[in-house]
Design a protein around this ligand. Structure first.
Ligand code: FES
Length: 146
C-alpha cells in the first residue's frame, strides 16, 4: 500500500498531519473537527489523548462490548458500559490483545493469556499485569491518560 492510499484509507489528509502537531504544541488538549486524536500535552512520552466518540472512527466505543486500539492502547466499553484503557501489548511475548466482550476480559491469541478489565492476569502464560490508564468521559470526548 502506498502512503497516499494508507492515509486515504484512514481519512487522513496531508493538512490534518500538519494541524495535529500544531495543536499538540499548544500544550492544551483539543479535538480537531475530524475527531482525530489530539494530545493534551506538548511533547514527552506521557499518554494523554482524547477521542471524539461522535466521530465514526471511534463509533465502536458507543456500544457496550466495543473496543479499538489507539497508540498501542486498547480502549473498550465493557459489557456493563464503563470505559477501560489498557496496554494492548501482552506482557508475555508482546501479542496483540483484543477485548473479549462475551467474557468481559482481554485475550491474547498468541498463547491464550487472559487479563481482567483492571489489567490483572486471569491466566498465563503471562505473569505481569497490563498497564492501566485513566479514562474520563465528558460529553462525547473520552480522555485517556496516565
Ligand atoms: S504473547 Fe500473549 S500469551 Fe504469549
Amino acid at each position: 500500500m502506498k502512503r497516499n492510499e494508507f492515509f486515504s484509507a484512514f481519512g487522513i489528509s496531508a493538512g490534518m498531519l500538519f494541524i495535529v502537531p500544531m495543536l499538540a504544541s499548544c500544550g492544551k488538549g483539543a479535538l480537531d473537527t475530524s475527531g482525530i486524536i489530539v494530545p493534551n500535552t506538548g511533547g514527552g512520552s506521557a499518554v494523554d489523548f482524547t477521542l471524539d466518540l461522535s466521530q465514526t472512527t471511534y463509533s465502536s466505543l458507543n456500544n457496550n462490548g466495543g473496543s479499538l486500539v489507539v497508540n498501542s492502547i486498547i480502549v473498550a466499553k465493557t459489557v456493563s458500559g464503563s470505559f477501560v484503557a489498557l496496554s494492548a501489548i501482552c506482557t508475555h511475548q508482546g501479542g496483540s490483545l483484543s477485548y473479549d466482550a462475551g467474557n468481559n476480559r482481554f485475550h491474547c491469541p498468541n498463547h491464550g493469556a487472559n487479563f481482567a478489565t483492571d489489567g490483572s492476569v486471569l491466566n498465563g502464560p503471562a505473569q505481569t499485569s497490563l498497564k492501566k490508564y485513566n479514562v474520563q468521559l465528558i460529553g462525547s470526548s473520552l480522555r485517556v491518560y496516565a
